[in-house]
Design a binder for this molecule. Structure first.
Ligand SMILES: Cc1cc2nc3c(=O)[nH]c(=O)nc-3n(C[C@H](O)[C@H](O)[C@H](O)COP(=O)(O)OP(=O)(O)OC[C@H]3O[C@@H](n4cnc5c(N)ncnc54)[C@H](O)[C@@H]3O)c2cc1C
Length: 392
């Protein structure tokens, strides 16, 4: 029996750095019940080399965190990108710049089976695959190895993901690469793919669309929408011509369960990265609280990103991004407006039962039990979004 001990369900963030670092391939990820997978060692194969422990950001934490040098309220000047993004589209600005320098960008996409996973892109027309927040745990597979390969080929690499996914990458790599840029986001927490699958099955979203948009941004909003490719011979293969069909608030309870943290990974409730000091070069978020104390004199209805620029390398990079409109703001404003920039999400009562109940309980009973029914506010929000979408 090997003496190596890996993370339990309270620590594991599913980054799979340990699996990828193991030279003997003796670690597998196994479902611990709620759709989250934790590492298991095959002790017959383990040689106790310790590579897995060294690669794990929870067991070998990163000591160097960056206190942001600049806090920006910003958005992309490309309106089309801003519309497809969740907040102001700052991700698309970073991605475009990296791709224009023949680099590669890693991030989360959703495939047509509604599975969320990390992929890389190296063409401008593929940015759309990564745009938009997917409120589901993204499967990393061997992404970290792919990042390492690209770095070794001297390509400029942008890796985007949750703070824990960035931390896992850094401990996996263990060497500092000048050609690596990392961008995380202020993270509320991640539900499992299993929870999302159950939701899609029960609301008959699965099979009725080619994708899901968690943030319907015609007028910066929060509404869940189905993405449908119109049947047209010439357009069928293009991701650019999808139609968004709003999911009726009565059926969009996944977002309420997300807000309440009912489906989060255990490790999210004790997150090591919900701090103003950041693990990444850049941190993006929604700019909640913008203008609360110091006025912000621009219209915000099309969506505004908050961008933390966390070291000199990222200041140098962003100063060459001419597609970005930005105004510098005090860091305190961003911290006060965005709870998860200084706190982990609280573990809600019902966290353990929700994922089981969502599978079997009649929907109305489920919504009543967990307080996630639609409300008048949801309809008002839809109306507001519709009005905003008509504004120029
Ligand atoms: C699970 C999750 C929780 C979040 N929680 C908060 C929060 O509490 N407060 C807040 O202000 N903002 C939060 N965000 C970030 C916010 O939704 C926007 O992504 C951010 O404001 C950037 O917006 P954008 O318009 O620039 O880019 P977008 O185009 O919306 O974002 C695309 C980028 O997000 C990455 N991404 C999308 N989904 C995932 C995923 N499942 N896993 C890893 N990376 C992903 C892509 O790789 C890409 O880099 C969260 C995002 C996610 C995915």
């Amino acid at each position: 029996m090997s003496k190596i001990q890996l993370c339990d369900k309270y620590k594991c963030t599913q980054c799979m750095a340990c699996v990828n670092a193991c030279p003997k391939k003796c670690i597998s990820m196994e479902d611990e019940g709620a759709g989250f997978h934790i590492p298991h060692i095959n002790h017959d194969l383990c040689i106790e080399c310790g590579s897995c422990v060294k690669a794990c950001h929870r067991l070998s934490p990163i000591s160097e965190l960056n206190l942001p040098l600049k806090t920006l309220a910003c958005w992309t000047k490309k309106d089309e990108d801003r519309r497809k993004s969740s907040s102001g589209g700052v991700f698309s600005v970073l991605a475009r710049k990296v791709l224009s320098e023949n680099g590669v960008v890693f991030g989360a996409t959703m495939d047509s089976d509604l599975q969320v996973k990390h992929v890389y892109i190296d063409k401008l027309e593929d940015i759309v695959k990564l745009q938009g927040s997917k409120y589901v745990q993204s499967y990393l597979g061997d992404t970290y190895k792919q990042v390492r390969d690209a770095l070794k080929q001297n390509k400029l690499v942008l890796f985007t993901g949750t703070p824990c996914q960035v931390a896992g990458l850094l401990t996996f790599l263990r060497i500092k690469y000048d050609n690596l840029l990392t961008c995380d986001f202020v993270c509320h927490g991640v539900p499992s793919q299993k929870a999302f699958d159950i939701f899609c099955e029960r609301t008959k979203i699965k099979g009725s669309c080619d994708g899901v948009s968690f943030r319907f941004t015609a007028g910066w909003g929060y509404q869940l929408a189905r993405l449908v490719k119109p049947f047209n011979k010439n357009m069928a293969s293009s991701q650019n011509c999808v139609v968004r069909k709003v999911v009726h608030p009565r059926k969009a309870w996944y977002m309420k369960a997300f807000d309440k943290g009912l489906m989060f990974n255990e490790a999210c409730f004790n997150c090591a990265y919900t701090l103003p000091q950041r693990v990444s070069d850049f941190t993006m978020a929604d700019y909640w609280g913008l203008g609360a104390k110091i006025p912000f004199n621009y219209p915000t209805f099309k969506g505004v990103s908050m961008l933390l620029v966390n070291n000199q390398k990222s200041i140098d990079f962003i100063s060459n991004c001419t597609d970005l409109f930005c105004e510098e703001r005090p860091l305190e404003e961003a911290i006060e407006g965005n709870y998860n920039l200084s706190h982990s999400s609280k573990r809600p009562v019902g966290r353990d039962t929700f994922v089981l109940d969502m599978n079997t309980m009649p929907i109305r009973a489920l919504l009543n039990k967990y307080g996630i029914k639609e409300s008048l506010r949801d309809y008002l929000r839809l109306l507001k979004q519709w009005i905003n979408s008509k504004r120029k």
